[in-house]
Design a protein around this ligand. Structure first.
Ligand SMILES: O=C(O)CCC(=O)C(=O)O
Length: 294
């Protein structure tokens, strides 16, 4: 998986990174959070000052109403709150969901030693919106694939499912089992299939997850200046057309249509498509037929 660089400087994402997000449904930022913050955030998670939004809150401040401005959440937290306030993290969110994202929910996911695998799932229910939410997954400690690394199925985000309806799938070609340094953050499209995998480690693994909603139309929110470069525009198309190993032959076209439609919405380029897959679906013969029929 690539490690995008632009957000690490606190600047908005590039078109290549957005194309990766559209195609694969997630971006990965290795070690983007500095060690000092990782230590404080880990202590908050271990100590329960940052707890799961679903569980009785350790502190009243650790529960927020969905729709609250993210900037009003975790303001007293020197760990997780400071992570969310990092320029790099704000730049990622700004590029994907825009300024002033809204809090949806959060959870601290702990994978205990020997804990079996979670069923494969997508969060929430079948969601047919054109807008998308982003889920950040933040790992304050290094994670190994065998030590409870999260499993992701790249490119699965357009396969809209109801939560654990996909639980019967154990392994898919091209799946990613996370293995990452401390301070890594993933940014996921809300539809991405994932699960906490069995932990063969001997210590609990902590991960802070937060879902945010956009408060503006998700159009040209990233640094789009590079789209003027024909080389970048070509690379974007290549990424959007690239199949994942679990696509079966011509099935790839189904994903390409969805990717083209999402990139079209996000770029504001109403003529964008990959080959003619989207255009053919949009072709309305009736007006032309009316011209030639009596
Ligand atoms: O613990 C993990 O690695 C993933 C957990 C998760 O994201 C979930 O339960 O929705």
């Amino acid at each position: 998986m690539s490690t995008p660089r632009t957000a690490e400087r606190g600047s908005r994402l590039s078109s290549i990174e957005i194309a990766e997000f559209v195609a694969r449904g997630f971006l990965r930022f290795d070690g983007i959070v500095p060690d000092e913050l990782n230590e404080i955030a880990l202590a908050e998670m271990r100590g329960g000052t940052i707890s799961s939004g679903d569980a009785p809150p350790a502190l009243p401040r650790d529960r927020y109403t969905p729709g609250t401005a993210l900037s009003d959440c975790f303001v007293d937290s020197p760990g997780v709150g400071a992570v969310l306030g990092l320029d790099a993290i704000r730049a990622i969110l700004e590029s994907l969901v825009g300024p002033r994202p809204r809090y949806d929910h959060h959870a601290v996911h702990v994978r205990r030693a020997g804990e079996p695998s979670q069923p494969l799932h997508a969060d929430a229910i079948i969601d047919t919106r054109a807008a998308f939410d982003v889920q950040l997954m933040y790992y304050p400690e290094a994670v190994t694939a065998r030590g409870g690394g999260t499993l992701l199925v790249p490119g699965s985000h357009f396969r809209q499912v109801n939560e654990q309806d996909i639980a019967r799938y154990q392994n898919l070609a091209g799946q990613v089992l996370l293995d990452c340094p401390a301070g890594t953050v993933l940014a996921l499209h809300h539809g991405l299939w994932h699960c906490g995998r069995r932990s063969f480690g001997d210590a609990p693994r902590y991960m802070f997850k937060i879902r945010v909603n956009p408060s503006v139309p998700q159009v040209r929110l990233w640094d789009t200046t590079d789209l003027e470069d024909p080389g970048v525009a070509e690379e974007v198309r290549t990424i959007l057309a690239r199949p994942e190993p679990w696509f079966e032959g011509a099935t790839a076209r189904l994903e390409q249509v969805q990717r083209a439609a999402l990139f079209r919405r996000m770029s504001g380029d109403s003529s964008f498509q990959l080959e003619y897959w989207l255009g053919r679906l949009e072709n309305q013969a009736e007006p032309r037929l009316r011209e030639i029929l009596p």
